[in-house]
Design a protein around this ligand. Structure first.
Ligand code: NCD
Ligand code: ZN
Length: 345
């Protein structure tokens, strides 16, 4: 049965593009379906100043396929040395869209992140004043806290106290993985949350049952099924608080398939078809546009895209590439574990 769904062209509110040959290899996968994406600053070394962000933006623009009108929305990596004036001018001048907070040591390339929140208060206060959003990797890093509890503990110990100190600061709780995060955001002002494609599809069993699956390992790590159900309910609710941030994070296959494999799921290639499948299964195709194309711009106070995409359903499963070949090596594409019959026409 043929069927199509036309929606406003979507945006990705959390994306890793890397640099160099990897950037060149994977950028077309996002630029094909998405109009804009928030670009994570966790390069080595990280993107910490406006000058770095401008140079990185130029490298992304240079790597774009010919004729693409994809727009990278740049971010700065918050460190204890970040200069409030540099952030403010980069934001008001339109160079950056947000600032990213990584608790030190939370994830890939986060060693320069924040240890002492008192030291970043002047930057956060300045951001609240100019209306710049703080994107948060919401996990504590204490070795004593179980990895499956790190998001919930972050909300109690770090996020909530921070919000009491600066209630006006606009925050994105990125790549939410728990019911705790969904519930916290629902009840609060000036905060919204992004949800990845893969966290709507996998739970922790997918990583661990029947042999370890390194391509499903990411941070925050997928939790138990009840949390996936809460994410699914939030994403398909149409509520303005929740929107798509794929956290598509490429690592080469040798770096994933290793005794100490890197965290990150690469889903840029098939995110929209996977989402169409998930939304259809939930009987919520009419809510896909708000999640992928409308709620994000509203939170970031940006216009909604003018273009459209058409999602088409076909009888035969769609074949997506299993891997994307890049100059740095191959990158495995997210496997949802079931056939997908949707494609972007
Ligand atoms: C990201 C990466 O590889 O840069 N990995 C991940 O598992 N999501 C870092 C991050 O966003 O936490
Ligand atoms: Zn990420």
């Amino acid at each position: 049965m043929a069927r199509t769904l036309t929606i406003t062209r979507p945006d990705d509110w959390h994306l890793h593009l890397r640099d160099g040959a990897m950037l060149k290899g994977i950028l077309p996968e996002t630029a094909r379906d998405f109009a804009r994406a928030i670009i994570m600053p966790n390069l080595v070394p990280p993107v910490v100043t406006a000058k770095h962000a401008a140079a990185y933006r130029n490298r992304i623009m240079a790597a774009l396929p010919k004729g693409s009108d994809f727009q990278p929305l740049m971010t700065l990596y918050l460190t204890e040395e970040t200069d409030p004036a540099d952030v403010a001018s980069a934001f008001t001048g339109g160079l950056i869209t947000a600032v990213k907070l990584y608790p030190a040591g939370a994830t890939t390339h986060s060693a320069s992140g924040v240890k002492d929140f008192n030291r970043v208060m002047p930057v956060l206060e300045k951001m609240a004043e100019v209306g710049c959003t703080l994107c948060v990797h919401g996990e504590v890093t204490d070795p004593d806290i179980d990895i499956f509890d790190r998001e919930a503990v972050f909300i109690d110990r770090i996020l909530d106290p921070l919000r009491r100190r600066i209630p006006e600061l606009r925050i994105t709780m990125e790549h939410m993985t728990t019911k705790d995060a969904v519930d916290y955001i629902a009840a609060e002002e000036n905060i919204a949350g992004s949800i990845t494609t893969h966290h709507l599809i996998i739970n922790r069993n997918h990583i661990l049952v029947g042999g370890i699956k390194p391509h499903y390992y990411c941070l925050p790590v997928a939790k138990r099924e009840l949390h996936r159900q809460a994410l699914l309910a939030a994403a398909t609710s149409g509520e303005a608080k929740y929107f798509l941030g794929t956290d598509s994070a490429p690592h080469t296959d040798p770096n994933k398939e290793s005794a100490c494999g890197c965290a990150g799921v690469f889903s840029a290639t098939n995110t929209m078809p996977c989402l169409a499948h998930v939304y259809e299964a939930e009987n919520a195709l009419d809510k896909l546009e708000s999640f992928a194309s409308q709620n994000g711009p509203a939170h970031y106070r940006l216009p909604v895209n003018s273009g459209k995409i058409v999602l088409a359903k076909q009888d035969d499963p769609v074949t997506f590439p299993a891997k994307i070949e890049t100059g740095e090596g191959s990158v495995t594409v997210f496997d949802p574990g079931f056939p997908i019959h949707w494609r972007v026409a």
